[in-house]
Design a protein around this ligand. Structure first.
Ligand code: ZN
Ligand code: ZN
Ligand code: FE
Length: 767
């Protein structure tokens, strides 16, 4: 906080102008300021300005100090105070504290608040039979409720949201006008008399008559039926998470064979009955963003085994709307599977007609309503490595809050992101607006959604990009989008190598420019040499990097097929180490093994890769865990779930060649694994040893690079570092070796963070 002192006015009365930036609009900040002003006997005014809030406060120096202290200590739950600047002003003759009307901001800086979970006060009203909001599923106030997902244009006013079609009743209008009401200036104010309404429909869209649609939906779920529920950022499919038949049927209809299903429970205590939960996990579960938090489940819990399959973690979230809250009451507090409303790899349905068409063959009934969703926004997902939260997906509840960056974009920029787990990012001055999770751009509908979302964000934030940034990969749909648009609109475009973007993303995430050693482990990234990179040690900063070391190239027999069939990578690793594939992959039919051997020997249809993701795939197949996968990374996730941590010294051998770049040789490790298998060593120990070895390898290579360069800062990025065992062990070793560690905390380490890294690299280029 910056304070400028000035002379005091009459009777020791002073006036201060206070600028507060951060997430302070659309979260009930002005009524909150008003409340403290009254409490401290302050006069003046509060208004929205420049994407922030401006307060003029007049009173005694003591009262103003106490007022400002209370503002900063107890902000509304969904608010995030960025910077506070206080300057002197001349006292005026006034006795009141006013809330000024929100005017369109001339600076052009626009912040749209993320959606926030229903606050505790609103939930109390929903449960209070004497309240106007008793059992009303769309209860909200100026501190809570949908924001970004119902916003069609800036600024955030009711007319610009899908609440515009609901005319507030006299009582709601009075609340909206009353500065002492929690609903003062709440754009989403509504009640059963004037607001959105629920409807229950059958799979064909015919209305089901029910006095209480929520109670009726609850009854159906208790009977084992599957429902579709319109939420904040799209539809969910839900069923009783303790009913095996229902969960298996949901999986079958949704064609979801691999990925675990998320559940919703009523409280942290309900979560604790089924999962291990610490205070940090509870903090994240309860936060207004209400992400899905991956928790290690307890054995013998009441969840159907099909919820998480063979994995030891379950994705858990708490209710984030009054509708969720009432629905959980209607099923007697039992946990619900609450999974995205889509089939297989399609994007989540968020409009009623599309939902009926696409979910009609999955859901037995629909619990929907007449408030439209403008932006599809999937649930965010967080997991823990030790006590650190790592984003797997940053989406609902977090977007589109801008991230402050260590760089300044001289001109407005759009970074197109990657291909899988795609996000895009808009950069203007020192702020980056990273989009919600869009999904995999291989899917045509997702690609259309990607393009229209870019247009929506540009309109919303009034940013016209002058520079387009994209991946080096020529066949990414995001690259093609950027290239086509650059030529159509005569804009400059900049290509950024995938792992440079990973490193820069981690640097930007931590507010630094570099230099650092970047350990970038992921599945796939296009290298300038045409190879598929993914086990990379880079040295450099946001501007430029050199490739200092990488895993030795190995063939990927069958190309992309080797991603879906990890046994192919196991075969490549075995052949590379001079071991017999027939002996160690006995479950794979001989003709297939012969075909793969031929591809490798003749170098046909076998592009080379240094991917660390493919290495984990290969090890999972070698241990017999999984020969084909339903989604990228599945085999690696199962290898992690199997691993029992071993002691730090218990590692396999590996080699590091001198050279530029240094090559990391994993043949000794593969021989060690095979020896262990021959000896009948427990697979949990082998899996643990593989993790420990990779962590020790990262430490060794970083020590070596530090010796050569003097760099003692290491950034860890790439999807492989969502592996909590690997991340924790690596972190521990590097810290012990004296390195300064940079880890992701605002964007995911996976390709969801690529767009931020692309912005950082583009902003750092000399022009
Ligand atoms: Zn509220
Ligand atoms: Zn009303
Ligand atoms: Fe990547």
């Amino acid at each position: 906080m910056l304070i400028v002192t000035a002379t005091t006015g009459f009777n020791g009365i002073i006036r201060r102008r206070v600028h507060i930036t951060g997430i302070v609009q659309g979260v009930g900040f002005r009524p909150f300021v008003h409340g403290w002003a009254i409490a401290h006997g302050i006069s003046g005014v509060v208004r929205n300005r420049g994407g922030g809030v401006e307060i003029e406060a007049q009173g005694t120096p003591e009262a103003i100090a106490a007022f400002l202290g209370d503002l900063c200590r107890t902000p509304p739950p969904a608010a995030q105070i960025g910077q506070t600047v206080v300057e002197a002003a001349s006292p005026r003759a006034e006795t009141e504290f006013r809330i000024a009307k929100s005017e369109d901001d001339p600076s052009g800086r626009i912040d749209a608040a993320p959606d926030a979970a229903t606050c505790p006060q609103c939930l109390d009203e929903v449960d209070d039979p004497t309240s106007r909001w008793f059992r009303y599923p769309f209860t909200s106030c100026s501190a809570c409720g949908p924001r970004f997902t119902i916003l069609s244009a800036a600024p955030y006013d009711r007319e610009q949201t899908t609440m515009s079609r609901f005319t507030p009743c006299a009582e709601c209008r009075a609340d909206y006008m009353n500065p002492s009401s929690r609903r003062f200036h709440a754009q989403t104010v509504a009640c059963p008399n004037c607001g959105p309404r629920l409807s229950l429909q059958d799979a064909a869209g015919a209305r089901i008559d029910a006095a209480d649609p929520i109670a009726e939906a609850g009854d159906r779920v208790r009977q084992g039926r599957i429902g579709a529920l319109k939420g904040i950022g799209g539809f969910h499919l839900f069923c009783d998470a303790t009913n095996s038949a229902a969960v298996e049927e949901l999986r079958r209809r949704k064609r979801r064979d691999g990925k675990p299903l998320a559940i919703m429970v009523g409280s942290p205590a309900e979560a604790a009955k089924r999962c291990e939960i610490g205070s940090e996990e509870e903090h994240w579960l309860r936060s207004p963003a209400r992400p899905i938090v991956l928790l290690r489940h307890r054995s013998g819990n009441d969840l159907a085994p099909a919820v998480s399959g063979s994995l030891c973690h379950t994705g858990v979230m708490l209710p984030y709307t009054a509708l969720h809250h009432l629905l959980l009451q209607a099923v007697g507090g039992r946990p619900l599977v609450m999974t995205s409303g889509n089939a297989a790899d399609e994007p989540t349905a968020f409009r009623d007609h599309a939902a009926r068409k696409r979910l009609g063959s999955i859901a037995d009934f629909f619990l929907t309503h007449d408030r439209e969703i403008i932006s599809r926004c999937d649930d965010s997902v967080v997991r823990f490595a030790g006590s650190r939260a790592v984003f797997i997906r940053r989406s609902r509840g977090y977007v589109p809050a801008p991230l402050r960056t260590p760089f300044r974009s001289a001109e407005p920029m759009l970074a197109a992101g990657a291909q899988l787990k795609a996000t895009f990012a808009l950069g203007k001055t020192d702020r980056a607006i990273v989009s919600h999770h869009l999904g995999d751009l291989d899917d045509y509908e997702t690609l259309l959604d990607y393009q229209s979302s870019i247009a929506h964000y540009e309109r919303l934030f009034r940013i016209e990009p002058k520079i387009l940034v994209h991946d080096l990969h020529p066949d990414y749909a995001s690259t093609r989008y950027a290239a086509e648009r650059a030529s159509r609109e005569s804009l400059m475009s900049i290509a950024v190598q995938h792992h440079h973007a990973h490193l820069a993303s981690c640097l930007a995430d931590n507010g630094v420019f570099g230099p650092a050693i970047g350990v970038c482990f992921d599945g796939t990234g296009y290298g300038p040499d045409g190879a598929i990179w993914g086990g990379e040690f880079l040295m450099g900063d946001c501007r430029e990097v050199e490739r200092a070391a990488h895993l030795r190239y190995l063939p990927m027999p069958g190309g992309a097929k080797a991603i879906r069939e990890p046994w192919r990578m196991a075969a490549a690793y075995l052949i590379d180490a001079g071991l017999g594939i027939e002996e160690w992959l006995p479950a794979v039919p001989r003709p297939q093994l012969r075909a793969v051997r031929q591809m490798i020997e003749k170098r046909v249809n076998a592009p080379v890769t240094s991917s660390a993701g493919r290495f984990f795939d290969a090890m999972a197949a070698l241990l017999g865990l999984r020969f084909t996968v339903a989604y990228e990374g599945q085999a690696a996730v199962e290898l992690e779930a199997l691993a029992r941590r071993t002691s730090a010294e218990d590692v396999y051998d590996f080699g590091i060649s001198a050279g530029q770049p240094a090559l990391i040789d994993l043949r000794p490790l593969v021989c060690g694994v095979v020896d262990d298998l021959r000896r009948g060593t427990e697979k949990t120990d082998i899996a643990g040893r593989i993790h420990t070895t990779l962590a020790s390898l990262v430490e060794m290579v970083c020590r070596h690079l530090a010796d050569c360069s003097g760099l003692m800062t290491v950034a860890l990025s790439g999807g492989v570092f969502m592996n909590a065992i690997l991340l924790e062990e690596t972190r521990h070793r590097l810290a012990r070796a004296g390195f300064r560690l940079l880890l992701h905390h605002r964007v995911p380490p996976n390709d969801g963070g690529i767009s931020l890294g692309q912005l950082a690299v583009a902003a750092a280029q000399p022009r």
